[in-house]
Design a protein around this ligand. Structure first.
Ligand code: ATP
Length: 236
């Protein structure tokens, strides 16, 4: 059984159909990417997975449960964490306070402290700046905070929406290295990205979304070699 199993998902905003009946799945331990042009429905799909947007029809099974039975404020407790587009950090809180917000639903204090240490090992930059106000961090550092915070919720599935958005190429490389490090820790991830090449290079599988539909899916290597992907998303 897949960790996440989405069937015939449809989502509409008023009369506009943003997601038009998509099927996809993510297995335990996989890093899967969803690529597609602006407005294809990628963010809407992620928001629907965490209950921020209501589906019109279809089914979402997460960890053996119907996601519709989970209250929107309870997704983190059920193991679904999202790093939203724009990171969603709290600018007036310190780096460490932001990180610990990820653990709000937990009460295993000693373990949280151990994991905080591990996150500082993963992101030494954040350790140096643990008392700095998060709003004064660079975009790349804020992305690290957002990812570290999500990891502290101990997610079964981590959803990343456009982590490379607005970052300089050298920082984008760094963020993708971090994504690979997080994957190596065994965290299952769904990555939404405009940067199709990098996303496919770090993922095991991928899906291509166009105008609310999934038009291609499969092994990430095969998608990198697919002529349609190369022409439309890899600038070749
Ligand atoms: P991007 O990469 O630009 O973020 P996306 O693939 O994530 O694109 P979505 O943000 O999911 O695309 O948008 C899908 C469609 O739904 C778009 O046509 C968009 O205009 C529309 N849409 C998104 N949010 C809303 C909203 N709150 N109300 C009405 N329409 C919306």
């Amino acid at each position: 059984m897949s960790l996440l199993d989405v069937k015939n998902l449809q989502v509409a905003y008023g009369g506009i159909q943003a997601v038009k009946g998509i099927d996809f799945h993510i297995d335990q331990g996989e890093l899967v990417t969803l690529i597609g042009a602006n407005g294809a429905g990628k963010t809407t799909t992620l928001k629907t997975l965490v209950g921020m947007v209501k589906k019109a029809s279809g089914s979402i099974q997460f960890d053996g449960k119907d996601a519709a039975s989970i209250h929107s404020h309870d997704f983190v407790r059920h193991g679904l964490a999202m790093v939203p587009e724009g990171r969603g950090i709290f600018p007036k809180l310190t780096v460490e306070e932001n990180l610990l917000m990820g653990a709000y639903a937990r009460n295993d204090t000693a373990q949280i402290q151990d994991e905080l240490v591990r996150i500082y090992d993963l992101f030494p930059r954040l350790k140096e700046r643990c008392r700095q106000l998060a709003g004064t961090l660079s975009g790349g550092e804020q992305q690290m905070v957002a990812m570290g915070r999500a990891m502290l919720s101990k997610p079964k599935l981590l959803l990343l929406d456009e982590p490379s958005m607005g970052l300089a190429p050298i920082i984008v490389q760094k963020i993708f290295e971090i994504i690979q490090m997080v994957a190596a820790e065994g965290v299952t991830m769904l990555l939404v990205e405009q940067n199709a090449r990098l996303a496919l290079e770090v993922s095991q599988r991928g899906y291509v979304m166009e105008s609310g539909k999934i038009t291609l899916g499969g092994d990430a290597r095969a998608l990198l070699d697919d002529e349609r992907v190369r022409n439309a998303y890899l600038g070749e």
